[in-house]
Design a protein around this ligand. Structure first.
Ligand SMILES: *Cc1c(COP(=O)(O)O)cnc(C)c1O
Length: 373
């Protein structure tokens, strides 16, 4: 890369493909009898849709994106395996995109079936439909009252597509909350007497609710090393961070006890110290509401955010740690799990990872030897 390219936004996300495969092996360890649909929506949770999908595709049974447009991007990148569109298609244009690119839509409403019926004449069906049932989350999904219309529609298909039944859990991140068991029960009851594979478990359920693994599991966050369980961090669940989000030091400043730093002078040095000014801010996806004291890493040391996060900069208290401009500061990664930053900033790792999508440069580390997954 030329110097000018790097200078556009110095913050970067270094992606560790070996960690992706390690985390996939954790999925397989938890759910050895299930097929794996790797969820790569939202630009692979901010890690880069196409490279992550290319890297994972040979090791998983399907990929999942949110929209037909994302599915088309994968096809145009030459990815050939099954690609599931979690939002399904919601108008005729999306439906054609699904067909043209051999994507597998999620059917979650009768509205979608009406679109299909209007179009079906002469057009082929996807080879597989994922039919989503609402078992209590009340976001997307067919209810029991919709099933007769679904059955009638399926009976009319000239070539009946393969059907996978799916549902989604509202509270699986809390291993003490009985909602997941109730949703699973409801799913089983709705499907009594019906043939076809089943899919319910996201990352949290893969880790906390083994009885829900069924035929297909759908890991997202855990592939990227983030914790799916409330109050836990990725590393304690044997998950490795895939992204190291980092930016160089722009300046190293001496400040005296009592001096304030940054907008609002919201942080004051309680002793003579040195401050590192880091070339990343909320415009790069670092959360503006991260408070002073939020950890950041420098050569394995844990340092603390000092004062408010600016648009393109933030400050850290270097204390006794020697540092020079140009050194890279880890905003999250191995020294500071993204879950730690999320917890102190009042959000979840998912949001922080996704917020780096698009504008952040993604740099792939050399692939270490691929584990057998
Ligand atoms: C995003 C998503 C997943 C993955 O969820 P994680 O919590 O990231 O594992 C699985 N299933 C559906 C339907 C989703 O929308």
């Amino acid at each position: 890369m030329t110097g000018c390219e790097a200078a556009i936004r110095p913050a970067r996300a270094v992606i560790d493909p070996g960690a992706l495969l390690h985390n996939l092996s954790v999925v397989r360890r938890h759910a050895p009898d299930s097929r794996v649909m790797a969820v790569v929506k939202a630009d692979a949770y901010g890690h880069g849709l196409v490279p992550v999908a290319r890297w994972l595709a040979p090791h998983v049974d399907a990929l999942a994106v949110a929209t037909a447009g994302e599915g088309r991007v994968l096809r145009q990148a030459g990815i050939e395996g099954p690609v599931v569109v979690l939002h399904g298609m919601n108008d005729a244009g999306e439906w054609r995109c699904v067909l043209e690119h051999d994507l597998e839509p999620v059917i979650h409403s009768l509205h979608q079936l009406r679109i299909l019926s209007a179009l079906q004449q002469g057009e082929r069906m996807p080879r597989r439909l994922w039919i989503k049932l609402d078992t209590g989350m009340h976001r997307l999904g067919l209810g029991s009252a919709d099933l007769p219309a679904l059955d009638a529609w399926l009976a009319e298909c000239s070539e009946r597509p393969e059907v996978v039944w799916m549902t989604h859990f509202a509270c699986a991140d809390d291993a003490g909350d009985d909602t997941t068991r109730q949703q699973w029960q409801r799913f089983c009851t709705l499907l009594e007497g019906r043939e076809g594979p089943r899919s319910a478990a996201n990352s949290a359920a893969i880790m906390a609710w083994p009885e829900t693994h069924a035929d297909w599991v759908r890991p997202g966050i855990m592939l990227y090393g983030g914790s799916p369980l409330a109050g836990r961090e990725g590393p304690e669940l044997d998950l490795k961070p895939v992204m190291r989000f980092e930016a160089p030091l722009l300046a190293v400043r001496e400040v005296r006890a009592g001096e304030g730093i940054g907008y609002g002078l919201a942080w004051h040095a309680d002793r003579d110290t040195r401050i590192g000014i880091v070339a990343a801010g909320y415009a790069d996806g670092y959360p503006r509401h991260a408070p002073s004291g939020t950890p950041a890493g420098l050569r394995g040391h844990r340092l603390a955010l000092a004062g408010r996060v600016s648009m393109d900069m933030l400050a850290i208290d270097l204390g006794q740690v020697e540092a020079v401009p140009g050194e890279w500061v880890e905003l999250w990664g191995e020294t500071v799990p993204v879950d730690t930053v999320a917890a102190v900033a009042g959000t979840i790792g998912y949001e922080l990872l996704c917020a780096t999508a698009g504008r952040t440069r993604h740099v792939w580390q050399e692939a270490v030897s691929a584990p057998d997954t």
